[in-house]
Ligand binder design. Structure first.
Ligand SMILES: [Fe+2]
Length: 499
């Protein structure tokens, strides 16, 4: 692609609003807030809105957290779900709250702060919603002036060079002070990339290189980023993708970027007709699950392979090998039959209702780059929030840490598991019948088996609990737990930074 053409595409992707402008007439409030308040489910505190920031608070610790996990677990998730008596209609809409759990042996402290995005600051001041969200078009909202005017910074965190970036896939990363959780403003990698989408799932190579992507749905463009370990942008470009789907996560191998693209396709006409960003997407299973493979060194070298239709949010890891059968990319991901979870389950929780959708399962794919064939095997384990040893990103791995044990009557998962994606063997720890598991991360410990660190909403006791497990003895239960004197809203992703 010529540089001039690249600049034109980048400029159009950054300058145009991600979501089509369509002001809606003011209308009366709906019933979602009253439905939520009336719901009798005790788990609904996981979707409640903290009225403000949560000051640094000491947890009650049982046991002692190992030296390898001395440091800070940063987490983030949607937290500002309602404002001015109106409630968002989707879990993913809410204003982001960033958390830090500062861990030092038997001392654990927690702090939570809303990310002071321009959207949150303006809306709190106004006492009502002013712009649309991922899955909700509140009545009377103004058209977005840019992608960042609706950025809620609520999805994941990337520690980079002493700062923490709060990520939201539709727009810029937001810089956060790692010690105070102060919001420092949006991250601009290069002036001409201001406001470009930067996904919530960057991948960090073992050498520290950061790879990421962003989806410009309306423009049908996939932005690619390569960032040096010291935080400077090395390269960025956009590549066109026909029938642009919702892509939330991706994978890297040592030579390729790999995108699994579910057939949930953005339809500009639906957006222009007033749909939310989510509802502008159409399920088109005839497209299958496309697998786009991009050469890391030369982004012009791209291959598209196809798997049976399915939906995913998250990828565990990918790696590749050269064999007599061809160059094979192995990738594991969390597969659902369809996208009902994002359209229904993750909506209805906002009024305190549990609607079950198809169970997501760990699934292992092999892409043969020489023959163009793609095959997959679905494992027995229900799963979400897959994480691996960060030292194995893009390299052969076997162990995936993930949430598991879907409940019929509760949203989410009740157990954390460690599954060997080659043998299918798995061990798990169940938190019991009154707990909802959040993402657990793997923390390395030199050549030792390492640790698993994660949070759970214990709605029986109405507390959020941080647990640490020996990674090779997960089923034996936590070696240490820190119980907060309050519950946190159920969040999405986190990252551990060693002290
Ligand atoms: Fe995610």
């Amino acid at each position: 692609m010529q540089r001039r053409e690249l600049m034109r595409l980048l400029a159009s992707a950054g300058a145009l609003p991600l979501l089509a402008p369509l002001a809606r007439a003011a209308a009366g409030k709906d019933d979602w807030q009253t439905d939520f308040e009336a719901a009798g489910t005790r788990w609904k505190t996981g979707f409640a809105t903290p009225p403000g920031d949560l000051p640094l608070t000491r947890a009650a610790v049982r046991g002692r957290f190992p030296d390898a996990v001395a440091g800070t677990l940063f987490r983030i998730g949607p937290a500002g779900h309602d404002l001015g008596g109106e409630r968002y209609h989707h879990w993913f809409d809410g204003d982001g709250m960033v958390h830090r759990f500062v861990i030092d042996g038997a001392d654990v402290r927690h702090q939570g702060r809303y990310v002071a995005t321009p959207k949150r600051v303006a809306e709190v001041q106004a006492g009502r919603r002013l712009t649309e969200a991922f899955g909700t078009m509140p009545p009377g909202v103004e058209p977005p002036t840019s992608a960042d005017s609706i950025n809620v910074a609520n999805t994941s965190v990337l520690p980079l060079q002493g700062e923490v970036l709060a990520l939201w896939e539709g727009g810029s990363a937001t810089r956060i002070d790692a010690r105070t959780l102060d919001t420092l403003g949006v991250k601009t990698w290069r002036p001409d990339l201001a406001g470009m989408p930067f996904s919530a799932h960057p991948k960090v190579d073992p050498d520290g290189t950061v790879w990421n992507f962003g989806v410009s749905s309306g423009q049908g463009l996939l932005a690619l980023y390569e960032i040096a370990p010291e935080g400077a942008l090395r390269r960025a470009a956009v590549v066109p993708v026909a029938d642009m789907p919702m892509v939330h996560d991706f994978a890297v191998t040592d030579r390729h970027l790999v995108f699994l693209m579910p057939p949930l396709v953005y339809d500009t006409k639906r957006k222009e007709a007033g749909a939310s960003f989510l509802d502008a997407h159409v399920w088109r299973p005839e497209l299958g699950m496309r697998a786009l493979v991009v050469d890391k060194q030369n982004w012009e070298k791209r291959r598209m392979l196809t798997l049976p239709a399915g939906f995913l949010f998250h990828v565990g890891n990918a790696w590749e090998e050269t064999t007599p059968r061809g160059t094979l990319i192995h990738i594991d991901y969390v597969r659902s039959e369809n996208a009902d979870s994002v359209f229904t389950t993750n909506r209805e929780v906002m009024r305190g209702r549990r609607v079950k959708s198809t169970d997501p399962h760990l699934t292992v794919v092999t892409l043969n780059l020489d023959t163009g064939t793609a095959t997959q095997t679905t494992l027995a384990q229900e799963a979400e929030f897959p994480r691996i040893d960060p030292r194995r990103v893009g390299l052969r791995h076997r162990q995936v840490i993930h949430a598991t044990q879907i409940r019929r009557d509760l949203p989410g998962f009740g157990a954390v598991a460690r599954t060997d994606v080659e043998s299918g063997r798995s061990q798990r720890f169940s938190y019991g019948s009154e707990a909802i598991v959040e993402e657990h991360v793997f923390v390395p410990d030199g050549a030792k088996p390492g640790w698993v660190l994660g949070t759970v909403l214990d709605f029986g006791r109405q507390k959020t609990v941080l647990s640490c497990f020996a990674a090779d003895h997960l089923a034996a239960g936590p070696v240490a737990q820190a119980t907060l004197p309050y519950t946190l809203p159920l969040g999405l992703h986190g990252a551990f930074v060693k002290a």
